[in-house]
Ligand binder design. Sequence first.
Ligand code: URP
Ligand code: ZN
Ligand code: ZN
Length: 462
Amino acid sequence: MPLLFKNPRIITSTDDYGADVYCVGEQITRIERSIDPKSCAPGTEVIDASGKYLFPGFIDPHVHVYLPFMGTYAKDTWETASRAALVGGTTTLIEMICPGKGDEPMAAFETWLSKASGVSSCDFSFHMGVTRFDPAVERQFREIVKRGVTSFKVFLAYKGALGVDDRELFHTLRLAKELGVVVTAHCENETLVSELQSQLLAAGKTGPEWHEPSRPPRVEAEGVHHLMTFAELTGAEVYVVHTSCDEAVGEATRAISRGVNAHIEVVLPHLILDKSFAERPGFEGAKYVMSPPLRDKQQTERMWNHLRSRAVSTVGTDHAPFDFETQKVMGKPPAGDFTKIPNGIPSVENRVDLLFTHGVCTGRIDLHTFVDAASTQAARVFGLHGKGTIAVGADADLVVYDPGYRGAIRAKSHQMATDYSAFEGWETKGRASVVTVRGRVMARDGEFVGKPGTGRLVPRGR
Ligand code: URP
Ligand code: ZN
Ligand code: ZN
């Protein structure tokens, strides 16, 4: 059904103006100061957006949905994760395909695709995880890129599990350069992490509060420095995922200023949570164990500054949903061991509202930076053509956003499959009142109202 958005304030990464927006089929077809409903096709739904913002659909470039990891599986399915995304205003997700070291990349690609196709209600794409590199897998990576997955993911962490060695890193970057695709990277020095973990455990420091000291800022900065050296020598374009601290951002920005083609991501937890959450008593802290870890309060403010200055270009979530009662407890005393706590914080549903509440409403970032970081840059860096902006011919992925709404986050009413929220009871300012994906209304006022399974793999450019 055609849609007419009446009287919104349209906000893009560069513009701020009042106009009506008309969508037919999957695209925006008219943007005019005032569009008379009588000039629209019969059956057009008129959506009154007076007093509200109209944003481009938000894009989360870093989520995990199907994730075999640390001896368990992440809790969400594409059904739950995509609903959570949509009610929270996110219309496209990019998931990491994380094959085990012995797995065939093409088989992994098909597995991950099968989990999302016909199940996801929002649009989606993938970063192809490179967990080993040899001539046989190289051929498969070339095929996967031809199928529109135009980014790789490497882990310089998780020793012995997902991490690649330097030879594999070099050849991955060389292939990416040849194919014109971007390499996303989790940067922490895996040897330092594993040695520091052993040292802490041997000293009886086993609780979740010791997770951060096992991966201090220098460990992350060293990982970023390493990636930047390899990117410089191969000429590949790289994207550092979930930078959590000033030291890591500094390594990346210094490389960018000497000509390395690099982008920097921050994820929501590193902006609004600090390490005191992981220090909560009674094993509560396990809810806040992720990697890189939550840092101290000064670091979170520095990350906001990097976002404001646009040194950091995107805000994702690193949504990695594990239950507290059945999964986070894998590292619980008496046999307590923080290295056994599945890493990750569920947050795909809350990114837009918490970024708006803690970023825009506090004046830390303006509306354009908000849209740029939560939508436009992800579309640009990852070749999601037709997404990330509001323009004639663009996909009708739109969010009518009510800045006057006041609410609170509760696990008992969230769409995510996890048994807890890291933000239980937190107040939010603003909410998506209408969310569309390619012209279909998928969510209204916190409720999923769409046709399930209608999301699709987005054809991506390079
Ligand atoms: O703690 C995290 N980040 N869990 C998910 C896996 C990853 O490193 O992205
Ligand atoms: Zn990671
Ligand atoms: Zn991740």
